[in-house]
Design a protein around this ligand. Structure first.
Ligand code: GAL
Length: 361
C-alpha cells in the first residue's frame, strides 16, 4: 500500500531550482540528440513502464507515442512496455529492462509496484522519473497539477448543476473516485472536494474508488438504487469512470445530470458533445511527455531542473497545466491531434460535431 504522506503536495516558493548533482547514472553523453540510438550502450537506453490499458486509453494511444518520439529525439534507445494491470508482470518487465541496462527509467506506477523498481534502479545508480503517478523513491515526479485537475472536475459538477437550474447545497451528488492505489486519485479527490464543498455539496454516496468502466457502472448502479433512482450530479474522476456512469443514466433515462471526467478520451468527448457529460479535463500528454524527456536529459547531464512543487516526501514535482474542455472546446482537442475526427464524429455524433464546429482540419 502506498504511504498517504506522498500524496501531500507543497508548493515551492517561486520555481525553485533543484540541484541534481550526484543523481546522474548515465555516461553524460545521452540526450545530446546526436546519435539517434545506435543500440550499443546500455546507458543510452530509456526504460519505460506503462501501467495498463483498461484504466484509460491514454497510455497506449498517447503516452507510448509521445514518449517514444520524445526520447528518441533526445538520442535514447527506447524500451517501452506495458504491465497490463499486473504487478508481477510489472516487476518482471523491470528486471528484464535492468538486465539489459537502462540509462534512465520512467515509471508509471501500478498499485505500488514502481517503488521496488525504483529501489533497484537507484542501487545501480540509474535515475528514476515518476511519470504521471507519484511514488516514493523517484528523483522527480513529472505530471499535471493533479489537485488542479480535481478542482476543474469539481467546477464541472457545479457548472452542470447550474445549467440544470439546481442548487448545489441540496443537490444529490455521487462521488466516483479513482483507484486509491494510484497516488493521483487522492489529489483528484482533494481538488474536487475543495470546490464542491465550498458550494455546499456533500456526497450522497461514495462507492470505493476504481479505474474501470465496467466496475464503475456496477458501483454507480448500486449507488443509484440506494438513492431511490434520484441523482443530480456525479463527480467522476476520469472519462472511463464517467462512461460507466453514463451507461446507467442512459438505461434509466436520466438526462440533465452533471457529470465530470478527465483525459479527453474519445468516449468522453462524444458524451460531452451529446450532452451526457458536462466537461472533461484535457491533459495534453505531449506536454507531459516533453517535460519528462527534458527532465531525463537534465538528470543525465547533472543539470538543474525547475519544479513548481514537491511531494511531502520531498520529491520535486514538475507540473503541467490541465485544461477544461466542454462542448465548445472539443474542436481544440481534435485540432491538437489528441483525438481523431473520424473517431469522435461518428454518424450518431455528427450533428453535434457540426453544431460545435468540430471539423476534420
Ligand atoms: C491517473 C492519470 C489519469 C487517468 C487515470 C486512469 O493516474 O493521471 O490521466 O488516466 O490515472 O488511468
Amino acid at each position: 500500500m502506498k504511504k498517504s504522506s506522498i500524496l501531500a503536495v507543497a508548493a515551492l516558493a517561486g520555481a525553485a531550482a533543484v540541484m541534481l548533482a550526484g543523481c546522474a547514472g548515465g555516461n553524460g553523453d545521452t540526450g545530446d540528440g546526436g546519435d539517434g540510438g545506435d543500440g550499443g550502450d546500455a546507458a543510452d537506453r530509456a526504460c519505460v513502464i506503462l501501467p495498463d490499458a483498461a484504466s484509460s486509453p491514454r497510455w497506449e494511444n498517447f503516452d507510448r507515442k509521445y514518449l517514444q518520439e520524445g526520447l528518441e529525439g533526445a538520442g535514447f534507445d527506447v524500451d517501452i512496455q506495458n504491465a497490463q494491470g499486473d504487478v508481477n508482470k510489472y516487476s518482471t518487465i523491470a528486471d528484464q529492462q535492468l538486465t539489459q541496462g537502462c540509462g534512465v527509467m520512467l515509471l508509471v506506477d501500478y498499485q505500488g509496484a514502481a517503488e521496488a523498481v525504483a529501489t533497484k534502479a537507484k542501487a545501480e545508480g540509474i535515475p528514476v522519473i515518476a511519470y504521471d503517478r507519484p511514488f516514493t523513491g523517484a528523483d522527480y515526479y513529472v505530471s499535471f497539477d493533479n489537485t488542479e485537475v480535481g478542482r476543474l472536475e469539481g467546477q464541472t459538477v457545479l457548472d452542470g448543476l447550474e445549467a440544470a437550474g439546481k442548487d448545489p447545497a441540496t443537490a444529490v451528488v455521487v462521488y466516483m473516485g479513482g483507484d486509491p492505489t494510484d497516488g493521483n486519485a487522492a489529489m483528484f479527490h482533494d481538488g474536487a472536494v475543495e470546490v464542491m464543498e465550498a458550494a455546499g455539496i456533500t456526497p450522497a454516496a461514495e462507492p470505493p474508488g476504481i479505474w474501470d468502466q465496467a466496475k464503475s457502472q456496477t458501483n454507480f448502479e448500486q449507488a443509484l438504487t440506494g438513492l431511490g433512482g434520484k441523482v443530480d450530479g456525479v463527480w467522476a474522476a476520469n472519462d472511463t469512470n464517467a462512461a460507466g456512469v453514463i451507461k446507467v443514466l442512459q438505461d434509466n433515462n436520466l438526462t440533465g445530470v452533471a457529470v465530470s471526467g478527465q483525459d479527453a478520451n474519445v468516449a468522453g468527448l462524444q458524451n460531452i458533445l451529446l450532452g451526457w457529460q458536462t466537461a472533461t479535463v484535457y491533459k495534453p500528454v505531449k506536454d507531459e511527455a516533453t517535460a519528462a524527456v527534458d527532465t531525463a536529459v537534465a538528470l543525465l547531464k547533472g543539470e538543474d531542473v525547475d519544479a513548481q512543487a514537491e511531494l511531502e516526501d520531498g520529491t520535486p514535482y514538475i507540473q503541467v497545466t490541465p485544461i477544461l474542455v466542454g462542448p465548445e472546446q472539443v474542436k481544440d482537442v481534435v485540432a491538437a491531434g489528441d483525438a481523431d475526427y473520424d473517431d469522435v464524429c461518428t454518424p450518431d455524433v455528427m450533428a453535434a460535431c457540426e453544431q460545435y464546429g468540430v471539423t476534420a482540419e
